[in-house]
Design a protein around this ligand. Sequence first.
Ligand SMILES: Nc1ncnc2c1ncn2[C@@H]1O[C@H](COP(=O)(O)OP(=O)(O)OP(=O)(O)O)[C@@H](O)[C@H]1O
Ligand SMILES: [Mg+2]
Length: 440
Amino acid sequence: MKPHILLVDDDSSLLKLLSMRLEASGYKVSCAESAEQALNIIDEKIDLVITDLRMEGMDGMALFQQVQRIQPQLPVIIITAHGSIPEAVTATQQGVFGFLTKPIDRDQLMQTLEAALASTSRSEGKWRSNIISRSVIMEQLLQEAEQIAGSDVSVLITGASGSGKELLANAIHQASPRKKKPFIAINCGALPEQLLESELFGHTKGAFTGAVSKHDGLFKAANGGTLFLDEIGDMPAPLQVKLLRVLQERQIRPVGSTETIAVDVRVISATHRDLEQAMQDDQFREDLFYRLNVVNLHLPPLKDRPEDIPPLARYFVEQAAERHNPRVKNISSAALQVLAQASWPGNVRQLENIIEKVTALSTTPVISDTAINRALANQEQVIPNFNDARADFEKRYLNKVLHITEGNVTQAAKIAGRNRTDFYKLLKKHHLEAANYKHL
Ligand SMILES: Nc1ncnc2c1ncn2[C@@H]1O[C@H](COP(=O)(O)OP(=O)(O)OP(=O)(O)O)[C@@H](O)[C@H]1O
Ligand SMILES: [Mg+2]
């Protein structure tokens, strides 16, 4: 079915031009010459609204706010005259999907439009329905995830704490042909070595003191499905060797047994640690790293995708209301704006916790900015661990020198007092691209 776009502009010639362009690209298009008219047209069948900002009567922002009320999942893109950037920033913080400036660039139009359409899970498979996002970086990441889901390649998911690594691992499993078989997660940092080994590979009866009966282990339990090795960076070194062998031979040997058992398991691992650094410090085996990291998916921290904050916040309000306080119906735009400007060292998990608390305690049906401000002020300070804090500093530092030098690596390396090779390594480590800093 063709995606159905509603175009809103009081300039009828622009309306005609844009609608012809979109129809030629294979979309179904409806037109409205005012926001009021648009509101009469909007129903479940519309997949996306593109509206001009300045219009007689109700303007584009007011239309967006109405749409939020009647169809909160419906993405809205706003067209602005060149130069109204501050307005664009405010509006994005309230959840507008994107902006196009006049004159409208074809590629940009298509890119924004496709991202918007992909963000409404209606047109998508179920696999990603739990992942709420509207940023272009998340969209690209999810498309990459879907592409590799079908094959059995090992995936390493990196990203800061609370950024959604486990959620993504599970979604990849759901998008894969293994989805009917188990998805099993284990935290490799939470157990001492011997226990972790028998958890993973199983043990025979009497293999060690306390092994009163035979235990199959998670590799066997996940047979045909996916095993998620969380915090792989914390796996003790002797076990790293054993894991590598299992992955190479596709066979496990339970503790205390002399026999091996064939297993068919897809492995997805995750870590918030910097494994390149761990390898340099001889804490993580390089050969295992290459086995696990056939594909690397990096989840950006929430601060690199502030557009995701409003839809995430709305989603968490809905969930928390259902669970704890059904009187709560919504969150105000002012409250969303406060959230979008706050800092989130604990990423999505921290946002989720705050919203849950505020929703549960709310005495009004619409969550206000005052309530959010109070909750933000009262929360226990999240102190990141030393490695996370250092990594965060490094990234901000690199960002700054790249900005100053407009992406000139030679110059940037000189300022940083590093040689070019080292500097490139640092950029790679932080997923930064010098080219992105040119002519800003
Ligand atoms: N894009 C998203 N949409 C909806 N919920 C999300 C999203 N990202 C994260 N969450 C929620 O945030 C919480 C943290 O996510 P998750 O446990 O996947 O993070 P993590 O990266 O594995 O964190 P950690 O490193 O601390 O283990 C979960 O409750 C998850 O459901
Ligand atoms: Mg996790």
